[in-house]
Write a protein that binds this ligand. Structure first.
Ligand code: TRP
Length: 340
């Protein structure tokens, strides 16, 4: 009896899809803003995670570095707690349906819609010498990623919300033309997701492409480096640990500290009442060091066990291929393709 109930519960679990680009080191921002929540969501949902390597080549990559980045990203996510026993965790290019459905969806996505994507505008300004068609159709590949798995929910940060909105529009348009084919996904805003800002310019999001390496923390930074970066973090001249307007630096440090320790802002203000920024920065640095220590240790283990990683991503890709093929076939049949 209990077993039946459990089975029923498993079947009804909502499907979550998300992906991250393996385009370099993973930052504390990725970790606190996204990955830590992915790990938590594994307990409640049927999670499908991917390394979006097809998306990565919309910006030119050096082949050896690209290959290394994919292996390191896979090891990093395992180290963060993505568990291939609980979730699917594969490399996008290993599952052939993604590129296939992306082509189909390209034909149901308007030039005008893609032209309005702010990420396309930003990236084409930044890479003016390589405004390729893949950069333009990046969002329809993202739509394919999501729609292939009939995902109920997609955890995304603010920068990807417009792409998710477009995904919903594409799905609704297709469903409108051919009848129900794709689940229209909802954005998932995690309860305790932090938007981590640069330690050097706290009005900007923490990014690994920041020219100033003191602006970001990577998962692989050693404790000395982490402490140094926090000690150099830009704050303000008020010398009071309190959340407030015009205190972007302190707000950012408080939000990092709060996400890691689970303390509320009020508790943090009380804890550092009468103390200076030096003490606070040390405490935040130490909390981050301790949070990342096991992650770095596990990373070292996974990255030196390529066979284990291969086993994980191969198994997940096989399941993902079968699952997503059903959606691809369904969509193709509706369009009128002759299936083999
Ligand atoms: N474009 C996303 C990013 O850079 C990564 C991504 C690819 C993604 N496909 C996705 C995120 C599907 C959510 C769902 O962050």
């Amino acid at each position: 009896m209990e077993n039946t109930q459990n089975n029923e519960k498993t079947e009804k679990k909502k499907i979550v899809f998300s992906a991250i680009q393996p385009s370099g080191t993973i930052t504390l921002g990725n970790y606190l803003g996204a990955l830590k929540n992915w790990v938590i969501m594994q307990e409640e949902f049927n999670c499908i995670f991917a390394l979006a390597d097809l998306h990565t080549i919309t910006v030119r990559q050096e082949p050896a570095a690209f290959r290394k980045n994919v292996a390191e990203a896979y090891a990093s996510l395992l180290a963060c707690g993505i568990d291939p026993e609980k979730s699917l965790f594969f490399i996008q290019s290993h599952v052939t349906t993604h590129a296939q459905l992306a082509w189909l969806l390209n034909c149901y996505t308007q030039f005008g819609e893609l032209s309005r994507m702010t990420q396309f505008k930003d990236k084409s300004a930044k890479h003016a010498d390589n405004v390729n068609a893949g950069l333009f159709t990046y969002p329809s590949l993202m739509a394919a990623d999501i729609l292939l798995y009939q995902a109920d929910m997609v955890p995304v940060g603010a920068d990807q919300k417009q792409h998710l909105e477009l995904t919903r529009n594409i799905a609704e348009r297709f469903n409108g033309l051919y009848g129900n084919t794709f689940k229209v996904p909802e954005p998932y805003i995690p309860k305790n997701g932090a938007r981590v800002m640069s330690l050097q310019d706290p009005t900007k999001k923490m990014s690994k492409s920041d020219e100033n390496v003191n602006g970001f923390i990577t998962l692989m930074d050693n404790p000395d480096v982490i402490m140094k970066k926090f000690k150099r973090a830009v704050t303000d001249s008020e010398a009071r640990v309190a959340y407030g307007e015009g205190k972007d630096g302190i707000n950012n440090l408080m939000s990092i500290y709060s996400t890691i320790t689970g303390k509320t802002f009020e508790e943090i203000e009380n804890e550092f009442d009468g103390k200076g920024y030096g003490d606070f920065k040390t405490a935040v640095g130490e909390a981050v060091v301790e949070e990342l220590r096991p992650v770095r240790e596990r990373f070292e283990r996974y990255i030196s066990d390529k066979a284990y990683m291969k086993e994980c991503y191969t198994k997940s890709a096989e399941i993902a291929q079968k699952f997503s093929q059903r959606t691809l076939d369904k969509a193709m049949r509706k369009v009128g393709f002759v299936l083999k």
